[in-house]
Design a protein around this ligand. Structure first.
Ligand SMILES: Cc1cc2nc3c(=O)[nH]c(=O)nc-3n(C[C@H](O)[C@H](O)[C@H](O)COP(=O)(O)O)c2cc1C
Length: 176
């Protein structure tokens, strides 16, 4: 079975997971900038990874825009973010619903891993966006639990990547 891991990564967290997965599966790992849908069509299993930015899986349109051509493949998408792992409702509902149309949700197997956010490394645009988000959430009179969590997440500063987290994805692909 021919497998490829494709990733888009701004600060390196998703790239790191992509490389770990590629090592475990002994398969090609490529930056999304360097692949076209025609390249992807030559593989049986396509694993796409992207960081979460305002709940959007960075670059996942490479898969979703070409879903009709890729839907017969084994499709796996992983994303990385700073939302804690126990917020499954956040991932299963908000992220999945925002990124995948209903017909895609049954054909694309999804995984979520903790990423990293080093505040001093963020671009000016990203740092400003995080500050604005925190201000907005903190100004809510009756914040929901999710909004309260978002205020705290805006201060998250660290590398939360974990190599062991890839095992469920690796086992899933090995069992295909
Ligand atoms: C502007 C901005 C928006 C973000 N939005 C989210 C988000 O919606 N959900 C989340 O869990 N993490 C969010 N994050 C955290 C990133 O997803 C996290 O840093 C991820 O590991 C980045 O992946 P990369 O290093 O491969 O680009 C955001 C970070 C920034 C800077």
């Amino acid at each position: 079975m021919k497998t490829i891991v494709v990733y888009k990564s701004k600060y390196g967290a998703t790239k790191e997971y992509a490389q770990w997965i590629g090592k475990e599966l002994d398969c090609q790992v490529t930056d999304a900038k360097l692949v076209s849908v025609e390249d992807l069509l030559t593989y049986d299993t396509i694993i796409y990874g992207g960081g979460l930015y305002a709940e959007v899986i960075d670059g996942v349109r490479l898969i979703t825009k070409n879903f009709d051509r890729l839907k017969e493949k084994n499709l796996i998408v992983f994303s990385t973010g700073i939302t804690p792992l126990d917020c499954s409702e956040y991932y299963d509902k908000m992220v999945v619903e925002k990124n995948f149309k209903p017909e895609m949700r049954t054909s694309i197997k999804t995984f979520y891993f903790l990423g990293k956010m080093i505040l001093s490394e963020l671009s000016v645009v990203h740092r400003t966006a995080i500050k604005a988000l925190k201000k907005l959430m903190a100004s809510k009179e009756n914040p929901t639990e999710m909004e309260k969590l978002l205020v705290d997440l805006c201060d998250a500063d660290g590398d939360f990547t974990d190599r062991n987290a890839i095992h469920p994805l690796v086992e899933y692909v090995k069992a295909l």
